[in-house]
Design a protein around this ligand. Structure first.
Ligand code: CP
Length: 360
């Protein structure tokens, strides 16, 4: 079974093939109109969404398939305490593929371990959002026609912004990439992302709080929302929410071919006055998300039951250490085994397979 839980599960070759498929869908939509006839996608969204859920559903309809939908946690038996494992086993009886969003980190991985159909991570807490990365990659490709030799500025909530984590993970595999990490001190990129995908690969990067200072260097500016729903303190959110607001004057020193991306929804981070700037790509990104999700559904439904679960490869320890991350799925599902895998042999670092927190 092939799932998509983490963007690293797709090789750069597979990503290039999916981009080619998406571009063919854009050019020849009729060719794909019956590609999923008789198939059903279940969208299980235990957290709010506009783009991801509706684009998955539009994608399946445009492929000739059908959709079963759970659009909130309180409209399913999750509200009665049903586990992710039981939910995945149940939905496997009705559908051919699942797209799941959940506030707890690692929930889609747990679903993939228990489902008999492919599971797609449609966003898990502040952890990962691989299908947003597919939208981001098609947008970058259509704007730049390359993935190498790009300076990418990521601005805003780099701590909880799951789209940032997945995008850095994906872009770190191309050559000549430089990352500029722009955030308040309190919302810096988690150390596991910085260490695993930037520092260990010798990728050039800088961390700063000053967007204006770095603006002239950037080929891509990826703005993000401060993720109110992940804060434990409303006062802290109020203090940080307007850390960066992109307005036309701030683009005065930007490159003429800068591409401005944002996974959306935006709150205040990009003034609507930027929307008419030819460098604004965020609504193209929304549409690109639908095409890449079509390419992903096609890919996963065409695969045979042959793939192992990458998260279970390598040395691991079970139920010896407890995950301390309150956002991890193990914090609410009491019967889940606490599994840690060795991610750095030299330093002896073990990480939770669900949320990637370091063992303490
Ligand atoms: N980008 C994104 O995930 O948007 P939604 O939360 O609306 O799905």
């Amino acid at each position: 079974m092939k799932h998509l839980i983490d963007i690293q599960e797709l090789s750069t070759v597979e990503l290039a093939e999916m981009i080619a498929t998406a571009e063919d869908i854009i050019a020849n939509p009729q060719k794909y109109a019956d590609a999923c006839r008789g198939k059903k996608l279940a969208t299980l969204f235990f957290e709010p969404s506009t783009r991801t859920r509706l684009s998955f559903e539009a994608a399946m309809y445009e492929l000739g398939g059908n959709v079963l939908s759970v659009s909130s946690a309180n409209s399913s038996s999750a509200a009665k305490g049903e586990s992710i494992a039981d939910t995945a086993k149940t939905v496997s009886c009705y559908a051919d593929i699942i797209a799941m969003r959940h506030p707890k980190e690692g929930a889609p991985l747990v679903a993939s371990m228990n489902a008999s159909i492919p599971v797609i991570n449609a966003g898990d807490g502040g952890h990962n959002h691989p299908t947003q990365t597919l939208a981001d990659l098609l947008t970058i490709w259509r704007e730049k026609r390359r993935f190498d030799n790009l300076t990418i500025g990521l601005c805003g909530d780099l701590k909880f912004g799951r789209t940032v984590h997945s995008l850095i993970s994906a872009m770190s595999r191309y050559s000549g990439i430089k990352f500029v990490l722009i955030s308040p001190e309190e919302l810096k990129l988690p150390s596991y992302v910085r260490e695993e995908f930037i520092e260990s690969k010798g990728i050039e990067y800088k961390q700063t709080t000053d967007l204006i200072e770095v603006m002239p260097e950037l080929d891509i500016l990826y703005m993000t929302r401060v993720q109110r729903e992940r804060f434990s303190s409303e006062d802290e959110y109020q203090r940080l929410k307007d850390s960066y607001i992109l307005t036309p004057d701030k683009l005065e020193t930007a490159k003429s071919d800068l591409s401005i991306l944002h996974p959306l929804p935006r709150v205040n981070e990009i003034s609507v006055a930027i929307d008419s700037d030819p460098r604004a790509c965020y609504f193209k990104q929304v549409l690109n998300g639908k095409y890449m999700r079509m390419a992903l559904i096609l890919k996963l439904l065409s695969m045979k039951d042959c793939e192992s679960d990458a998260s279970y490869e390598g040395e691991r320890v079970v139920d010896t250490i407890k995950c301390q991350n309150p956002r991890c799925i193990t914090s609410v599902e009491q019967e889940l085994p606490h599994v840690f895998k060795l991610t750095d042999k030299e330093q002896g670092v073990y990480r939770c397979i669900y949320c990637e927190s370091k063992a303490k």
